[in-house]
Design a binder for this molecule. Structure first.
Ligand code: CTP
Ligand code: CA
Length: 223
């Protein structure tokens, strides 16, 4: 039987996807993390690969297996994720930053396990570099850059600000309104805002289907 493969819409394109949380070390046994499962980013990486793109997935710590045919680069901290993304970004035609990057990291990592002493204790934190904004700052004309946003109030306005500030082509706003959407769930409800101001709201659906919706926007934009 002959293998009649259809031409794929993203053949010849390189894609970079970030996914999962970052872990910011406090001492040798503790870290600051978040509940991101990585499912959304992995679903996007999988879909981009199925559509013919050559995909690099920069992943924070997750329990997920690597999608078929995707090159996965494992990182732990926000700084490592920044370095990996800056390495692959210049070659990427399509970049989707879906990772839940820590906004703050401990100023210093204690060399030994911190012992409990006083009743109250705090850790000095310092801001991490905004990976998405950094990539946006060096983006070339023919590169597509897509970010995510999680907001609890004035969602559209905040997301539009992020889109502009980070020089994005699309921002995918995660709705907090729906149960079943977001962290650790298999479903998500998103609104996509594009650079030209178009707003498209999608139904609550599986993360695989959301990934397909996002990839369809990418294909439309590349035409
Ligand atoms: N992001 C990033 N690097 C960071 C922080 C965020 O690349 N250090 C990216 C995320 O991957 C996401 C987008 O920026 O695509 C928006 O993340 P979000 O947390 O919603 O926005 P922030 O800019 O961090 O602003 P805030 O948390 O204050 O709302
Ligand atoms: Ca943030």
């Amino acid at each position: 039987q002959q293998n009649l493969e259809l031409p794929k819409p993203l053949s010849g394109k390189k894609a970079l996807v970030s996914a999962g949380p970052t872990y910011e070390a406090i001492d040798p046994v503790r870290f600051i993390g978040n509940h991101s499962s990585g499912k959304m980013g992995y679903a996007i990486a999988k879909r981009l690969q199925e559509l013919g793109a050559e995909v690099t997935l920069v992943s924070g710590p997750t329990a997920l297996s690597t999608p078929q045919g995707v090159q996965r680069v494992d990182v732990t901290s926000a700084k490592q994720m920044l370095d990996a993304c800056e390495h692959y970004f210049p070659e990427a035609d399509i970049t989707v930053m879906s990772a839940a990057v820590a906004d703050y990291t401990p100023e210093e990592v204690a060399p030994q396990k911190i012992k409990k002493k006083e009743e109250h204790f705090s850790i000095p934190l310092t801001k991490t570099t905004d990976i998405l904004a950094t990539l946006g700052g060096s983006k070339k004309e023919d590169q597509l850059l897509i970010g995510f946003a999680l907001e609890t109030n004035n969602e559209i306005e905040h997301a539009k600000n992020k889109l502009q500030r980070k020089n994005l082509d699309f921002i995918v706003l995660n709705s907090m309104q729906d149960k079943g959407a977001g962290f650790a769930h298999d479903t998500n409800k998103v609104t996509v805002i594009s650079r030209n101001g178009d707003i498209e709201s999608f139904e609550l659906k599986s993360k695989d289907e959301v990934a397909t919706d996002i990839c369809n926007l990418v294909i439309r934009e590349l035409k």
